[in-house]
Design a protein around this ligand. Structure first.
Ligand SMILES: [Zn+2]
Length: 331
């Protein structure tokens, strides 16, 4: 990392970690970094690019124990920052979840360890792709975007900025879902580790990993003392986007899978919630919002409609001038 970029991050209150080689399990940190570069390479393939660019890329770990990540452009360098707390919290949560025996065919210690790292890498990959979505869908370059960092949590925004922000968040989630889920659908099952009995298990793990992340993240993102529904992007909406996009990806890539996929969703959602209630940190005020967070709630539908309208009528055309990968017609 250049000295200038390092100073810029420091000046903005971030504490970049230059070297993770002394960390316990440093190979895990290396593997996530490699994931970021792998996906960057795919995003830059000629068939994926709709606009050429000359930006460099930097992936950096941030010394911060909160779950969070961010993307920004420094001069001509695209930067993704990931708080190391994200890795720690996911590791603790998934280890505790696996100890409850949720996946009953994964019993031996060695197998649980393999699955722990698979779940962690699925969740981290989703987060990295979400940030890459901000960069490659032009979220940081259009005219009304004045904030230097696009953070997953940002509490100091007015209503208009919130609407824009949550629309962009949804677009970034759509980017992440289509790419991470698409990747696991094309996974070569001949090389499967013993924890994967069939492709269905891969779906189960992916749904569990991404949705558990939504639970953990929401705990930190939502300010339950002063909640305004429009001020954050609740878990139920992220789940809804996740369902919609991944269903489209399944239908396009593996239509023979579509039916059992829906069944697996119905099986996994209650399981994610049950496990969260068992091993999550139990934010006591979370229950008060179960109604708002329910997938069938009227307010959720209105919220989605507002975002979709804003995307179609306002943002899509603005983003078109800057997006490097193809935009979605609708969210
Ligand atoms: Zn975001």
């Amino acid at each position: 990392m250049s000295n200038d970029l390092y100073t810029y991050l420091k000046d903005h209150g971030e504490d970049p970690i230059l070297d993770t080689s002394g960390f316990t399990n440093s190979y895990v940190y290396d593997s996530y970094k490699n994931l970021a570069y792998e996906h960057l390479k795919s995003a830059n393939e000629p068939e994926a690019l709709v606009r050429s660019h000359d930006h460099e890329f930097e992936f950096v770990y941030i010394n911060n124990q909160e779950i969070n990540a961010f993307a920004f452009i420094y001069e001509k360098t695209d930067v993704i920052g990931l708080n190391i707390g994200t890795v720690h919290q996911l590791e603790t949560y998934f280890a505790n979840a696996l100890n409850t025996g949720i996946f009953e065919w994964v019993i031996e210690k060695k197998q649980r360890e393999i699955l722990l790292y698979l779940l962690m890498s699925m969740a981290v990959e989703f987060i990295i792709l979400h940030e890459l979505g901000h960069l490659y869908h032009g979220h940081l370059e259009f005219d009304s975007c004045s904030r230097p960092f696009r953070k997953m949590i940002d509490r100091n925004l007015n209503y208009e900025e919130h609407l824009e922000s949550r629309t962009l968040e949804m677009d970034a989630d759509a980017y992440a879902t289509s790419r991470s889920f698409g990747k696991f659908l094309s996974f070569d099952l001949n090389q499967n580790p013993p924890i994967i009995r069939s492709a269905n298990d891969l779906l189960r793990f992916w749904i569990f990993a991404t949705n558990s992340f939504f639970y953990l993240f929401e705990e930190e993102a939502a300010d339950f003392q002063n909640i305004h529904q429009e001020n954050y992007y609740p878990r139920a909406l992220r789940q809804a986007v996740n369902i919609d996009i991944s269903t489209i990806v399944v239908k396009q890539n593996k239509p023979e899978f579509a039916e059992c996929y829906e069944e697996i969703f119905r099986e996994m959602f209650p399981l994610c919630e049950k496990v969260y209630k068992e091993v999550g940190t139990h934010n006591p005020s979370l229950n008060r919002f179960e109604e708002i967070l329910s997938l069938a709630d009227r307010r959720r539908i209105e919220y989605m409609e507002e975002v979709n309208l804003y995307y179609r009528e306002v943002l899509y055309n603005k983003l078109l001038k800057h997006a490097r990968n193809k935009l979605y017609k609708k969210l």
